[in-house]
Write a protein that binds this ligand. Sequence first.
Ligand code: PLP
Length: 462
Amino acid sequence: MVSTPARERLNSGRQYLPTPPTPTPSPNQYLLPLTAQVNSQDHLEVGGCDVPELVQRFGTPLYILDEETLRTACRQYRQAFERYYPGESLVIYASKAWNCLAVCAIAASEGLGLDVVSGGELHTALQAGVKPELIYLHGNNKSVEELQLAIASNCTIVVDNWLELKTLVELAHPVSILLRLTPGIECHTHEYIRTGHLDSKFGFDPDQLEPVFAFIAQQPHLNCIGLHAHIGSQIFELQPHQDLAGVMVQWFKKAAAHGLPMRELDIGGGLGICYTEADDPPSIDDWAKVICEGIVKACEEQKVPLPKIIAEPGRSLIGSACVTAYSVGSQKVVPGIRTYVTVDGGMSDNPRPITYQSVYRAVVANQMSAEASETVAIAGKHCESGDIVIKQAQLPPTQPGDIIVVLATGAYNYSMASNYNRLPRPAAVLVQAGEANVIIQRENYQDLMRHDRLPDRLVEKG
Ligand SMILES: Cc1ncc(COP(=O)(O)O)c(C=O)c1O
């Protein structure tokens, strides 16, 4: 069995016992934020902050985002591309994983650009101070308003389809674009998040590309500078990325033959993370190395000058930087079948288990060295039988008021959160060197009703 940093840090039958990470591991291979430790009170500590204390101050559910882990992942990506690629490179954070002012600002301060997929994400990125020339707008059905905002802000647009191309021609403003293609590479990942195969709603089919290149070559305002592809998410294999490099360089050459000023190759994101000790993803460094080598080799073979590489990781930048703290409430024992331990959140703050059957790992933050002697289901509080955060969690016995912390919740949790059952969305705090700052305020009941309108005729007259 392969030994991974995640596994090394988990003791079967026990809760997490930390070992100081030296040398700094790749955050995506680590179940907890890099700063996680157990303090003298037997509490989980993240970013120098005692988790039960954070819960007292800020309530539950609470997203706890570790700045150091996020910054470390940003730096590892940048440094790896600088190390392995002799040409220019840019790492852009796929902000759909978690788009808010603070996260965008941290990514930008680490020299990353940003991938956005809507006017809302674009607006947030601009407000956070991300340089427009480092922002790439994605989306398979961008509105005219979203395209106009991107053009006015001077962002690059990743064009997905013919309608979008024609709309851009009608808008008649100079704009830099990449073309998204579906390279026909399958990945062993969950069906719903697989985007790179031919039967995908995203991007141009390779068969369509020649007429697209010819069309663009006639358009004075469309500055087509590159190609984009994304083959899926939570991927542990390196081979598909190597294959992608070869396919992309082929099409890059064909586009250049049409006279398009090709200079950028955006290979998407997709590197997986550890959600449980069973997960064994490659490191950020290894992922970048394979991509860089693949592109250099393909360029040499096909006699194409080295393009600027763009990588757009989301999950592997932020996934393991965050944990979610919940308070334990009611418990139900179904004799001989299962014990349900209910927490004060669930599918509204983490829709991944019910949407993708995603599996998570949890610890009890106020008794870290207790033996994990029970297998229980951690249930959410929503009116939905499927609202189970973890089906089979190994935990010590818990009481109402204990704090269950679910690990690796940084990616696609807050960003997919909802108000289902009219639950206010949780707060998020950024922790660093013992300091905790609210980066997302907890919603209250007033927030829930802020867009409700009650027509006069429905108001009971006295
Ligand atoms: C176009 C595109 N780029 C980047 C990403 C980020 O992927 P990941 O979070 O797996 O790195 C996604 C995720 O779905 C995507 O669709």
